[in-house]
Ligand binder design. Structure first.
Ligand SMILES: Cc1cc2nc3c(=O)[nH]c(=O)nc-3n(C[C@H](O)[C@H](O)[C@H](O)COP(=O)(O)OP(=O)(O)OC[C@H]3O[C@@H](n4cnc5c(N)ncnc54)[C@H](O)[C@@H]3O)c2cc1C
Length: 558
């Protein structure tokens, strides 16, 4: 007889396993089958990428799934994202403009050893009653209102059939449902990546004897950061792992660095020698290499995410944009929040038609709002000045809008979702338009910025508005005040955008620092077209924006 389940999850990676735990937490008697293609438990270190978490995904793992104890015992705490920008030779790390937090961050995040984590999640969900079959490859599915039929193969190519009320596809890049039901969509962002894990600990504090540089941060804090080395068209990551190994990656835009120049281990070492000579010196230890993986054109989109026909996709089986700010786990968190909510309501007998539609629309709007953050932006990576402003802007947007919407459970509140995303004049749409305008402005600024800066350290928490936004992530707001709070944050972002424009236009066009600016109309080639300010200038924000400015401040303080 065919086995029947409430939910069959195809793929037992991060998205599938966390979805099973979230469902079990809400409804312990729910019957779940997870089919995972891998035949045995995951290797520590050399398993998958997706090792660095940021605030939203961390909140999901720690608070929603109650994994705080595990994370604190077995995975590393993370000390934020850290960036080193271009210098002439790149031989001396201490000369490079460095961006990153000095002091321990108030809101936690982690560096995950994905093998260790997935093994733990698999064990935990089985203890809670989920059935997990390893070596099981989902092959075909028949979607039906009476119950879906799913066929899978085991490692001996024997065929099995199960039925389920719900199918949740978490097969990652395998994109099982997307392929079967035909809802793939290309993503216009063609960046490539390679990565490898090295045996042992790598602490960049050991890359220099310069005591002044070393002691800018407490010992061990640089080591716990996700380190990015950047120049035009690329970034290189170094991530420490709890298994006392190190993850290294190269991510590059083929318009500047063709994939063929770094897509094997030997070529990647040659590439490092040319582009990041110090990394080459410190990281090219062939005897310590645990694996080497490549991924061409990693970004992909999706037409669909949730259906009231009782199926949904989560994680990389849906859309994936770019790893620059480590957002993969964030998207899994939101994705699983919506999908589990739909499944649980449906199993309770609720009509989920409208919700499925609104959740899908919101999900796709959020992905689309993030596309301009990355699209063509690898071209900016050779400019320390533009990247510092951009990174701070991107964090401001994430900390003030995306993260609090998640931590305040607004994503499953239909009234708030309507207010935030659905209406024509909604805050979400306004915010999307503002972000797009600012991201386009960085590209317009690029031809005017060619100075290489050195010997500078910049900390996001030197800026009052960034401090305030980051500290606000976990603050719980009254339901009725929440949209107002997001509106206030967007207003602050509008002021920041206007102030950045005034400063850059003063440098590029020689305009006065108090020209009228409406951030929705900013055009660097025609600053005089704006005749009215959207907001009064705020002296605190003027001060904050100047903290990001590396050029001569006097020259632009007109
Ligand atoms: C270069 C790069 C760097 C990244 N860095 C980060 C980062 O630092 N932080 C971050 O949060 N995110 C990062 N990400 C994103 C992160 O990797 C993904 O968000 C995350 O791994 C997706 O998890 P998942 O469970 O959806 O997919 P996966 O982890 O790939 O899991 C899918 C599972 O499905 C199984 N499977 C596939 N097909 C089938 C089938 N037919 N039947 C049964 N099982 C199947 C696979 O074996 C696999 O275990 C990065 C991505 C890239 C490309």
């Amino acid at each position: 007889m065919q086995k029947q389940y409430d939910v069959v999850i195809t793929g037992g990676g991060l998205a599938g396993l966390t979805l099973s735990l979230q469902l079990k937490k809400a409804k312990p008697d729910i019957s779940i089958l997870v089919l995972e293609r891998r035949e045995s438990s995951a290797e520590a270190a050399a398993h998958k990428v997706g090792e660095s978490t940021v605030e939203l995904g961390t909140h999901y793992l720690r608070e929603v799934l109650d994994l705080k104890g595990y994370l604190e015992e077995y995975e590393l705490p993370k000390h934020g994202l850290r960036f080193f920008f271009k210098t002439e030779t790149k031989q001396d790390i201490t000369e490079r403009v460095e961006l990153g937090p000095r002091e321990r961050l108030p809101v936690p995040s982690h560096q995950l050893d994905r093998g260790t984590l997935e093994n733990y999640l698999a064990k935990l969900t089985q203890e809670k009653g989920t059935e997990l079959i390893l070596g099981a490859r989902a092959k075909s599915v028949d979607i039906s209102p009476e119950g879906h039929t799913l066929t899978y193969y085991n490692t001996d190519e024997e065929e099995f059939t199960v039925t389920a009320k719900w199918i949740a596809d978490a097969s990652g890049r395998g994109s099982f449902l997307k392929r079967k039901l035909g809802f793939s969509k290309p993503m216009d962002h063609a960046v490539n990546a390679v990565w490898f894990r090295l045996k042992g600990v790598i602490d960049i504090d050991d890359w220099s004897d310069n005591q002044e540089w070393k002691t800018k941060l407490k010992p061990g804090l640089r080591y716990l950061s996700t380190v990015h080395f950047m120049d035009k068209g690329y970034w290189v990551w170094i991530i420490p792992l709890g298994s006392k190994n190190t993850s290294i990656g190269i991510v590059a835009d083929p318009a500047v660095h063709p994939f063929e120049t770094f897509n094997t281990y030997d070529k990647a070492m040659e590439w490092l020698k040319t582009n990041e000579p110090l990394c080459f010196e410190k990281l090219s230890n062939p005897d310590d290499v645990l694996d080497f993986k490549i991924l061409k054109h990693y970004a992909h989109h999706t037409e669909r995410v949730y259906s009231s026909d009782r199926w949904g996709v989560t994680g990389e089986a849906g859309a994936f944009l770019d790893p620059l700010y480590s957002p993969g786990t964030d998207f899994i968190s939101m994705n699983n929040g919506w999908l589990s909510d739909l499944i649980l309501r449906d199993l309770d007998g609720e009509d989920i038609g409208l919700r499925a539609e609104i959740y899908e629309k919101t999900h796709l709007t959020i992905v689309d709002n993030w596309i301009p953050v990355y699209q063509n932006k690898y071209l900016l990576m050779g400019s320390a000045q533009i990247m510092v402003v951009k990174i701070f802007w991107d964090w401001a947007v994430y900390w003030s809008v995306s993260a609090p919407i998640y931590t305040n459970n607004a994503l499953t509140d239909l009234r708030l979702l309507k207010e935030l995303f659905s209406k024509q004049d909604s805050l979400g749409r306004k915010f999307g338009a503002l972000n797009k305008k600012v991201q386009d402005f960085y590209l317009a600024w690029l031809p005017h910025d060619n100075k290489i800066f050195k010997n500078r350290y910049i900390d996001p928490f030197d800026l009052a508005f960034l401090r305030k936004f980051q500290q606000g992530i976990d603050v719980q707001h009254e339901r009725n005040d929440f949209a107002k709070k997001i509106g206030e944050n967007i207003e602050m972002l509008e002021k920041v955008a206007a102030e950045i424009f005034r400063l850059v236009s003063a440098q590029v066009n020689g305009t006065s620092r108090d020209i009228p600016v409406n951030p929705y109309e900013m055009d660097l080639s025609n600053p005089g077209a704006m005749t009215k300010n959207l907001h009064e200038r705020d002296p605190e924000i003027v001060k904050d924006v100047e903290v990001m400015w590396f050029y001569d401040k006097e020259a632009v303080t007109v």
